[in-house]
Write a protein that binds this ligand. Structure first.
Ligand code: F6P
Length: 562
């Protein structure tokens, strides 16, 4: 037994009083009442240097945040709040490897995964750089062997297909990055991702694959996640049946996990298990061995270039003054809209097909991190925290949900992400794409008034329908090109933005207790789905009714489909 009691707070950073009790919070509430009356049109008219003043550059990324409902005073007050909430001290604790994930008593040190020798990371007083590099170089060796054809399947054929089996943080990061960096995939390998326990996912992925040419990566931090384990067992059965060889498993399966013994008991030789550590949260794990599928896809050099991109943004976040710090500014703006204007959602629109999975990735990063209703001390907060994050690529989203963004009764802060160069130049396609990128933020901010429409002679009955109120905020992020480094910078930007918001709100952005209840209820329901039809079995009335109906319909299927 540990000498510390479970509830001891020894060694943990201090818990602050609720955010809404500080004078800086109250000052912002009063300021919000004033800013609510001001329109972006008026703010731009009053200040010809506004765009330049509210823009910032780091690495590949240019951030124009001038189309936000802020003025100079807003920023001053938000920065005052950041100091009152001890943001600099919190950042120091983060980078110092302190156990800021209080409820799980863990450090949060994903930045150590992409650091450089001049920036060693210590966790509990121990430098972890050598461990990190050792896993990275094992990944690199393995990737080299598979990509070159040196690694053979059990029948002596080279591997042509890689299937990553994982869910949540063990899926969304590599899946998103593999799509984003597809132009850098250069080894003729095909990489697929299976996450859903719905058999359609695995069966769909395996349909056209030959077992002798397929490598599976079972990717699970805990190696207990039901969906991943079910998919891994079915993939194993598919392989053994296809090759008629139980021993083929060791040639066709590798694992990524913090639980090395559990991976070994699945039958994966320890030399083929790539480890990581409990100080890497699932949704922050792309730069750990969880990125193995990505490294197989794009190779070690591109993977390492992505790591340097991450590191560059980590260093910017760690060292830049708060007022010139991109993640800090984006985080403060997030707090401004969620907590002071009550905006319940935040929209992400990448104008890049390669970033199609980015909104889904950010959904987990942001909502699993900041979807919390109690603060670090377990007190219920009296202000809104993390928003619903959603999004879609531009221009597709324009033809789906932008109507609401422009004319709906609620306004939704948006991030627009774009690139000046395309990996797939095709006539004027990229210019058309980027014209929309710029037009949308302009339409959101400035709208179209009734007076303008009337001056154009628009039928007065249509004027209300065709009026755009504007004053709807957005950030614009522009980079030259979606390179591995630019991608790393972008992801780290959002990781740290989430941290900043959580620090201001005083919540723990690094646990995820909210996923537990559903998991355990599913465990208690599962045996009843397969049982004999009998009256209610102790769940609630609705669940019992659904179970009965499901069983009845399941049993009425023709036997071959059961
Ligand atoms: O959805 C909950 C969660 O624990 C995520 O935080 C995590 O990324 C995912 O499940 C997968 O977990 P694991 O990598 O342990 O299989």
């Amino acid at each position: 037994m540990s000498s510390r009691s479970q509830h001891s707070t020894a060694g943990l950073p201090p818990v602050l009083p609720p955010a809404s009790e500080c004078a800086e919070w109250r000052a912002l509430s009063a300021h919000r009442d004033r800013m609510e009356q001001r329109h972006l049109r008026e703010l731009f008219d009053a200040d010809s240097g506004r765009a330049e003043r509210f823009s910032l550059e780091h690495g590949d990324w240019f951030l124009d945040y001038s189309k936000n409902r802020i003025d100079g005073e807003t920023l001053t007050l938000l920065l005052d709040l950041a100091h009152a909430r001890q943001l600099p001290q919190r950042m120091e604790a983060l980078f110092g490897g302190e156990r800021i994930n209080r409820s799980e008593r863990r450090a949060v040190s994903h930045m150590a995964l992409r650091s450089t020798p001049d920036r060693p990371f210590s966790i509990d007083g121990e430098d972890v750089s050598a461990d990190v590099e050792s896993v990275l170089s094992r990944m690199s060796d393995f990737a080299r062997r598979v990509r070159s054809g040196d690694w053979k399947g059990s029948t002596g054929k080279r591997i042509r297909h890689v299937v990553n089996i994982g869910i949540g943080g063990s899926d969304l990061g590599p899946r998103m990055a593999a799509k984003a960096l597809a132009p850098y995939a250069d080894a003729g390998l095909d990489v697929r991702f299976v996450a859903n326990v719905d058999g359609a996912d695995l069966m769909g992925a395996l349909r056209d694959l030959a077992p002798e040419e397929t490598l599976f990566i079972v990717c699970s931090k805990t190696f207990t996640t039901q969906e991943t384990m079910a998919n891994a067992m079915s993939a194993r059965a598919w392989l053994v049946e296809g090759l008629q060889d139980e021993s083929a498993v060791s040639h066709h399966f590798v694992a990524v996990s913090t639980q090395l013994e559990k991976a070994a008991s699945f039958g994966i030789p320890s030399a083929q298990v790539f480890g990581f550590w409990d100080w890497v949260g699932g949704r922050y794990s792309l730069t750990s061995a969880v990125g193995l599928s990505l490294m197989l896809w794009v190779g070690e050099d591109s993977f390492r270039e992505m790591l340097s991109g991450f590191h560059s943004m980590d260093e910017h976040f760690r060292t830049a003054p708060l007022a010139e710090n991109m993640p800090v500014l984006l985080g403060l703006l997030g707090v401004w809209y969620s907590s002071f204007f009550g905006c319940g959602s935040h929209c992400i629109v990448p104008y890049s097909e390669d970033l199609a999975q980015f909104p889904a990735y950010l959904q987990q990063l942001d909502m699993e991190s900041n979807g919390k209703r109690v603060d670090d001390a377990g007190r219920e907060v009296d202000y809104p925290t993390g928003p619903v994050v959603f999004g879609q690529t531009g221009t597709n989203g324009q033809h789906a949900f932008f109507q609401l963004l422009h004319q709906g009764t609620q306004w939704v802060p948006c991030d627009f992400i774009g690139f000046s160069q395309s990996h797939d130049p095709l006539g004027s396609h990229h210019d058309i794409l980027m014209a929309h990128f710029m037009a949308q933020t302009r339409a959101l901010a400035f709208g179209r008034s009734a007076e303008e429409l009337e001056a154009q002679g628009v039928d007065s009955r249509l004027v209300p329908h065709r009026t755009f109120p504007g004053n709807r905020p957005s950030n614009t992020l522009l980079a030259p090109r979606l390179t591995p480094s630019a991608l790393g910078q972008l992801i780290a930007l959002y990781e740290h933005r989430v941290f900043v918001e959580g620090a201001i709100w005083g919540i723990n952005s690094f646990d995820q207790w909210g996923v537990e209840l559903g998991k355990s209820l599913a465990e208690s329901i599962l045996p009843d789905l397969d049982g004999l039809l009998d009256p209610g079995s102790g769940h609630d009335g609705s669940t019992d009714q659904l179970i009965q109906r499901y069983r009845g319909q399941r049993r009425s299927l023709p036997p071959e489909e059961e």
